[in-house]
Design a protein around this ligand. Structure first.
Ligand code: UGA
Length: 455
């Protein structure tokens, strides 16, 4: 079996594996999703999502109905089912350092390998330190039955939350690494659906077939580059601020040069989420281990620029409300502040390393009385920062505020009508942490507007 339409399993059905499982079923593969978290498996099996992702629920329901998509907590079933097993487990930072914690990967590989009964490949998708694939092969060799041929292969993913379904069905490139001919053929067959869809739609998906170290590095290099772009424009935004320049116009103008490009040049409160910050630190840590730490030392400055955006936002809040700073930093005792946005970006309920929520926490730490509103992120935010107040609606949130901070660029916030809020707030002041509002509109409505690096 296998060479035509191999059967696929996805180990770890979080935002990565869950999306892949449903999308590859949609592409025509027989798919089994596996997780140790019974709650996740139950939800998916019932056609519900354990996290928010645009367009995913429809795909899950549709493919549960076709029978091509199933979920399980039983590793024996996974071992028996799959020709190609994709590793999609999390690789968080270790609590005591910046390097990646591979314990979920270790337990997934070990659990699977001991149970294997048929020839298959185990494909790394999770973001890992360069060199991880050979460690995975060692785990496989140690734990899999001697009479079963099993090889590691690698294929990094580049999906962006909120656009993940599109990114998986219509990726802008596919990167593959495999050892033997049979493993390579199987790996190609497991991605054939993506190329068939592209052909149908008259698109071209570039394919990069490469060695393992390169495949592992592609992902972290891409994320480090994206982080660098964001910190670059944020650093420029500081010079814009002191010179009266406008960073949004600056970004547009440099972005017209195709060599620079106009994406990932939005200045604001910096990048967050479960990937960019952690991958940046893990790459630095890995470079140190490999003896080339100096070459990548600039990444720690990229990180520092990013984190300074958050303290800067708190200082700006103190300035805007006329409180300024004391010896211990910005002083906001008792000032009612509304934070619009808790998630790290719109169209997700993900609050991992969210700049918005961190700033809300810091504002409260400076004494402010903070009320947070977010269309999808309140439950997750409350679990992490229970000391903050959470409002059930935007109108309730802004009631009585001396300052409104827009810290996630939700559609609902971008199109706010300032006139409709003026009578609700105590003082019409807005801090636009995402540079997503029209300054003229707000100023015309009588508001004091401050963006990030906008003159
Ligand atoms: C990121 C990468 O964009 C994906 O390509 C990658 O596959 C993924 O990480 C991953 O490693 O799995 P994601 O974390 O979903 O995707 O979020 P992004 O859309 O990249 O946004 C990251 C952060 O950067 C957000 O906090 C966003 O507000 C911020 N950002 C983005 C800016 O501050 N300025 C910009 O111009 C763009």
């Amino acid at each position: 079996s296998g060479a035509q339409r191999p059967r696929l399993t996805f180990l770890g059905v979080g935002p990565l594996g869950g999306t892949y499982a449903a999308c590859y079923a949609e592409l025509g593969y027989e798919v089994l999703g596996y997780d140790v978290d019974a709650g996740r498996v139950e939800k998916f099996s019932a056609g519900e999502l354990p996290f928010h992702e645009n367009g995913l629920e429809e795909l899950v329901r549709k493919n549960l109905a076709t029978g091509r998509l199933r979920f399980t907590t039983d590793p024996d079933e996974v071992a028996e089912f799959g020709d190609v097993h994709f590793l999609c487990v999390g690789t968080p930072s270790r609590p005591d350092s910046h390097s990646a914690d591979l314990s979920y990967m270790e337990s997934a590989v070990t659990t699977l390998a001991t149970r294997l009964t048929r020839r298959c490949i185990i494909v790394g998708k999770s973001t890992v330190p360069v060199g991880t694939s050979s460690w995975v092969q060692q785990l496989i060799d140690k734990h899999s039955p001697k009479n079963v041929e099993v090889e590691v292969a690698w294929s990094p993913e580049f999906l962006q939350e909120a656009n993940a379904v599109q990114d998986v069905l219509r990726p802008n490139r596919v990167v593959l690494a495999a050892q033997s001919d049979w493993a390579r053929d199987l790996l190609h067959a497991a991605h054939k659906g993506v190329f068939e869809l592209a052909a149908l739609e008259d698109r071209h998906v570039p394919l990069v077939v490469t060695d393992f170290a390169t495949a592992e590095l592609v992902k972290v290099a891409a994320n480090a580059f994206l982080s660098t772009k964001i910190s670059f424009i944020n650093a420029m935004s500081d010079i814009c601020e002191v010179t009266g320049a406008d960073v949004t116009a600056l970004a547009r103008a440099i972005g017209h040069d195709a060599r620079i490009g106009n994406k990932f040049l939005r200045a604001g409160i910096g990048f967050g989420g479960g990937c960019l910050p952690k991958d940046l630190r893990a790459l630095s840590a890995r470079a140190e281990e490999l003896g080339v730490g100096e070459s990548l030392r600039f990444l720690s400055e990229i990180d520092a620029i990013n984190i300074r955006r958050r303290s800067k936002a708190v200082r700006m809040a103190a300035d805007l409300t006329g409180r300024g700073s004391g010896p211990a930093g910005p002083e906001l005792s008792g000032v009612p502040i509304t934070v619009l946005g808790a998630t790290f970006k719109p169209d997700t309920d993900d609050i991992r390393d969210s700049p918005a929520l961190d700033i809300a926490r810091r504002l409260a730490g400076a004494g402010a009385s903070v009320t947070v509103y977010d269309p999808l992120g309140v439950d997750n935010a409350r679990a992490q920062e229970p000391q903050l107040r959470y409002a059930a609606s935007l109108m309730e949130a802004v009631d009585g505020a001396e300052l409104v901070c827009v810290l996630t660029a939700w559609e609902e916030f971008r199109h706010l009508d300032p006139e409709a809020l003026t009578d609700l707030v105590a003082s019409p002041r807005v801090l636009d942490g995402m540079n997503c509002l029209d300054p003229q509109l707000w100023r015309n409505a009588g508001w004091t507007y401050r963006g990030m690096g906008r003159g």
